[in-house]
Design a protein around this ligand. Structure first.
Ligand SMILES: Nc1ncnc2c1ncn2[C@@H]1O[C@H](COP(=O)(O)OP(=O)(O)OP(=O)(O)O)[C@@H](O)[C@H]1O
Length: 344
């Protein structure tokens, strides 16, 4: 059964799960005040389905079985059968309710989950890049180059945080500097266009590498993102140029999103690529591109940008929601399933 109402409390313990293309991560939230109990990660390929992974990774960790599950998946939540974008699992909430004894299952988008973590970050969770100060109770944005380029806004309205997921990773990426104009003709078009994710992601990096290699008339073959970051660590000039262009592009897109929602609460970078290119995010190019938004340079200089250092941003966001559902307005339509026992 699918409901549209937003619950203002959950039955505890709540199991939170971040299901990625490669790994599934689980944690338990025992009540509104309890710290998050991490249950470790497991390779999705090691289990036939999510229920089997939960039985193996979570049930041995708790005397009281979870009554609610809140799950983040990469990709859209469409109906009662939810295939994953990059893994063989199919999430079937009604089967999970029946098979695991759950009362309720909620399935959210993975970057919506990452947005839910933003208001709670502090201390070592984040590292600032450049100037600016995060304003309290103001919009935030999370942008994450991983396998793809994930994006979500976090809006503050009526004393409530409202996560806004979307397909922002597919916005257009155009040339700006004279070097860009020389480089752009070397970029392979995807259906006639250059979307941000086509360059600024793990799958995009080899395409960007081919363009930069051709533009520099160099002899290189970079087939994986790791081969590029490793070569850049050895100061290979082509790999360095690729990551400089990457960081500049990411700054530009991050700046566009900051302008779009006036993200005075900051723009936060996550994703598997980010920690591997820190040097290129902090050398000035990223931040300069972020701020170069005439006529709004002065405004942009005040908006802070951060690298997220928290190891499990999506899980952290789901745990925040599990602890304090009242603090967030999460759209539940078509994404919440309850068992017969819970129907009043
Ligand atoms: N050393 C590295 N340097 C650069 N990129 C890397 C390196 N190792 C892995 N990557 C890239 O990071 C990307 C994966 O990022 P991320 O972990 O955010 O993806 P995901 O799909 O969200 O995660 P999951 O593995 O949980 O499904 C892949 O494109 C991978 O090639």
């Amino acid at each position: 059964m699918s409901l549209s109402a937003n619950p203002k409390s959950f039955a505890y313990p709540v199991l939170v799960a971040d299901i990625g293309g490669t790994n599934a991560r689980f944690a338990l939230v025992d009540n509104t005040d309890a710290p998050t109990r991490m249950c470790g990660k497991t390779a999705t390929a090691d289990h036939p389905d999510i229920s089997s992974a939960i039985r193996t990774a979570v049930f041995p960790e708790t005397d009281i079985k979870p009554r609610t599950a809140i799950i983040a998946v990469a990709g859209p939540v469409t109906g009662d059968i939810i295939p994953l974008t990059n893994a063989a699992w199919v999430i079937e909430p009604l089967k999970m309710i029946a098979g695991l004894g759950l009362e309720e299952v909620i399935v959210l988008n993975d970057f919506e989950a990452q947005a839910l973590a933003l208001p709670g970050y502090g201390g070592g969770d984040i590292e600032q890049v450049g100037t600016g100060t995060a304003r309290q109770a103001s919009a935030k944005f999370v942008l994450g180059p991983g396998t793809g380029l994930g994006a979500a806004a976090m809006i503050y309205a009526s004393e409530t945080w409202v996560p806004v997921p979307g397909e922002g990773g597919h916005v257009e990426l155009g040339p700006v500097t004279p070097e860009d104009f020389e480089l752009w003709p070397h970029i392979e078009r995807y259906h006639g266009r250059v979307g941000a994710e086509q360059l600024l992601s793990g799958t995009g990096l080899p395409r960007l590498a081919r363009a930069v290699t051709s533009y520099m008339k160099a002899e290189r073959q970079f087939d994986t993102p790791a081969s590029i970051t490793m070569a850049a660590d050895d100061n290979d000039p082509v790999a360095v140029k690729i990551l400089e262009v990457f960081a500049r592009g990411l700054g530009r897109v991050a700046g566009d999103f900051a302008l779009t929602v006036l993200a005075r609460g900051g723009v936060y970078l996550t994703g598997g690529i980010t920690p591997r290119i820190t040097r290129f995010l902090t050398d000035g190019g990223f931040r300069a591109a972020f701020e170069a938004k005439a006529p709004h340079e002065a405004l942009m200089a005040k908006i802070p940008t951060f690298i997220v250092r928290h190891p499990d941003p999506a899980l952290e966001g789901l745990a925040s929601f599990a602890r304090a559902p009242d603090a967030f307005a999460v759209d539940m339509q078509g994404r919440q399933w309850v068992g017969a026992a819970s129907v009043a």
